[in-house]
Design a protein around this ligand. Sequence first.
Ligand SMILES: [Zn+2]
Length: 125
Amino acid sequence: MKTKPSKVPARVQKEIKMNKLCKPIKNALAKKYGARNVTVRNGTGTAWGWVHAGIEINKPLFCICNYDVKAGYCHNCRDAMRYTSVGANAIALEALKKESLEPYTYSDDMGGENAEILIEIHFKD
Ligand SMILES: [Zn+2]
């Protein structure tokens, strides 16, 4: 069976496969949030160094979204997302540190260094 030719250059594909950041992050986040609730992958193409983490969490007990649908997520949900995101980011950075790895960083306009770990929080239905 022939495989389709890819648009991504071989050199970049190799780098994608060799992105060592994903595994320790995945393991550490899975330990905290459960393997089934965590996905970790790196970016593609020019963004291959980025790490994308997705975490599924339960809605907070005191969710009042249903009463105020137009406002999007209620403040309890937004707090839960923010709390989880900050926690997961710390766990991810700690996991890399243990492996003597460093996240890829970019500088913002203010001269700050930002780690390229993107964390998205989703609620379970
Ligand atoms: Zn809510």
